[in-house]
Design a binder for this molecule. Structure first.
Ligand code: HEM
Length: 245
């Protein structure tokens, strides 16, 4: 559905423009970018799990990523673009849902009009703040500037000591708390987002939809368990504080 106030309508839009700004087009973009972000979250967790294989494993993994150079930058920019699209089209949908009469749409579009949607926006914003903190923490390394100078030898070459940085990062109680809470909200956002995704994809059979939704929620909470295991293993179980250090 295109609202008459949209510029595309006034200037004679092409079919693609019409589709992108239609309700289903916006929802599909939110869903597709959401799927790509979930794939990143799965891949990043698998990469982070190399911490359990010891310093050389995670340092070699990080070094491999950094050695991609321009390709890494293309991936970073691509991820950023996907995130921006996800947020922008979520905002457009939110505006559209606000303009619509709740009484008219409540039954057919529960995700867009209930308190559920407001929680999604709030958790989404907190997740964004968490990701910005995380990038400042481990990528820009400005939260603790000593991280930048942590170096080690790997196969005779000097590389960044990601292992020591992560262990040092999660030796602080407040930082661990930020991650446990931030990751919890990310999971909350993912688990509900995956549920609304199946609605967007038009799966109307309630039994099938509930099975997919359950699978989505299980995936989100499995990711949570995987992610929080890292700060908790370091802070509570002393991972990385042994002979490696
Ligand atoms: C306990 C949880 C996590 C740990 C231990 C962790 C670890 C790391 C590390 C060590 C880096 C820096 C890699 C390097 O430059 O050498 C990094 C980068 C990054 N992390 Fe995480 N991460 C966690 C959770 C997350 C989550 C939940 C997200 C997304 C929702 C995320 C998104 C990113 C992004 C976007 C980068 C930047 C990648 C790049 O540009 O190179 N991380 N993470």
């Amino acid at each position: 559905m295109i609202t008459s106030s949209h510029p595309a309508k006034r200037n004679g839009p092409c079919a693609a423009q019409l589709w992108i700004f239609s309700s289903i087009g916006k929802k599909t973009i939110v869903a597709a970018t959401g799927i790509l972000l979930v794939l990143f979250v799965i891949g990043h967790l698998l990469g982070n799990f190399t911490i359990y294989l010891g310093p050389d494993a995670i340092n070699a993994y990080a070094e491999k990523l950094h050695s991609l150079g321009p390709v890494l930058w293309a991936i970073r920019l691509g991820l950023l673009g996907i995130l921006v699209l996800h947020i922008y089209f979520t905002m457009l949908l939110w505006k559209e849902n606000r303009a619509a009469r709740p009484a008219r749409y409540l039954a057919s579009d529960p995700v867009g009009t209930t308190i559920f949607a407001r929680t999604m926006r709030l958790s989404g914003l907190i997740v964004l703040a968490f990701v910005i903190f995380h990038l400042a923490h481990f990528t820009a390394r400005v939260v603790d500037p000593s991280f930048a100078s942590m170096r080690t030898k790997l196969d005779g070459r000097e590389v960044h000591d990601v292992y020591r940085m992560v262990v040092a990062g999660f030796s602080s109680g407040p930082v661990v708390l930020v991650y446990v809470v931030g990751l919890f909200l990310l999971t909350f956002h993912l688990s509900h987002g995956i549920g609304s995704l199946f609605q967007t994809l038009g799966i109307t059979n309630r039994r099938i939809r509930h099975t997919y939704e359950l699978a989505g929620r299980l995936l989100a909470w499995a990711l949570y368990a995987g992610y929080v295991s890292i700060p908790l293993s370091i802070f509570l179980l002393g991972l990385g504080k042994g002979p490696h250090q």
